[in-house]
Write a protein that binds this ligand. Structure first.
Ligand code: F6R
Length: 242
């Protein structure tokens, strides 16, 4: 595992964007696994400005997002479809048909999970998987559990997760209770994983995830088993690391 710590948010975002653009520049047909949430917003901004300088193209790139809420239409401002359009897809030349986000607004979410897994399988292998980290150690929406799930599946969101995400909605009642998420097995199958974590409120979970026991109680701790894990932290998030 390669842990890099940054004093400046901008430098961290620049480094994260550099890793993503590096993958796309060296492999025009790259398959990227993408995340949403507060953490990667600045990183996507850097990717967009690099793209606008004509440094590379996403024309042949395929992306798979980690997750989507169940019950929100794609057009809802807080859906992860909307997030990705706002922060990345609307500003680059990716083919919309190649930018995949699970559809959480279908009559049969289970069938959607199977369809999503099939598409990931058909794409070969995810070259780079971008991840944020939940306060309880979740990656994607794989919440702490006795057993983790390999493929894409439906999850009940932990109360803690709904509370953390309530900041994006008018009230906690509006935060969906379920989501579709890529499984930990799929995440770990990526060739390279880029975990980005910011803020003092994540310092404890960063320590548990990277230096604590490998346990399904902290799904991110499974990342310790990955041969190509790069972790970008700000000083505050890195504070409790030994
Ligand atoms: C988002 C995702 C989540 C977030 C995590 C951290 O697609 O899969 O695991 O990465 O909840 O969220 P932020 O960055 O908002 O703290």
């Amino acid at each position: 595992m390669n842990i890099l710590t940054f004093d400046s948010d901008d430098k961290l975002n620049e480094a994260g964007a550099g890793i993503i653009t590096g993958v796309v520049q060296t492999n025009k047909r790259a398959v990227l696994g993408l995340a949403t949430g507060g953490t990667p917003v600045g990183l996507y901004k850097h990717v967009v400005s690099d793209f606008k300088r004509g440094m590379f193209s996403f024309k042949n790139v395929t992306t798979f997002n980690l997750d989507e809420y169940i019950g929100l239409p794609a057009s809802h401002p807080e859906s992860y479809h909307s997030y990705m359009r706002q922060h990345l897809f609307d500003h680059i030349d990716i083919q919309p048909s190649q930018a995949h986000v699970p559809n959480g607004n279908v009559p049969d979410p289970k069938a959607e999970c199977a369809r999503y897994d099939e598409m990931i399988e058909d794409s070969g292998q995810i070259d780079l998987q971008l991840l944020g980290l939940g306060h309880n150690g979740h990656i994607g929406f794989n919440e702490p559990a006795h057993a983790l799930t390999r493929g894409t599946h439906i999850v009940d969101l932990a109360e803690e997760t709904r509370q953390a995400n309530a900041r994006f909605f008018d009230s906690i009642e509006e935060v969906p209770t379920q989501a579709i998420t890529m499984g930990v097995g799929t995440i770990l199958k990526a060739k390279m994983i880029l975990l980005v974590v910011k803020g003092a409120d994540k310092a404890d979970i960063v320590q548990r995830a990277l230096q604590g026991p490998i346990t399904t109680d902290c799904p991110a701790s499974l990342l310790q088993t990955h041969p190509h894990l790069v972790v970008l932290l700000d000083r505050a998030a890195a504070e409790k690391l030994a």
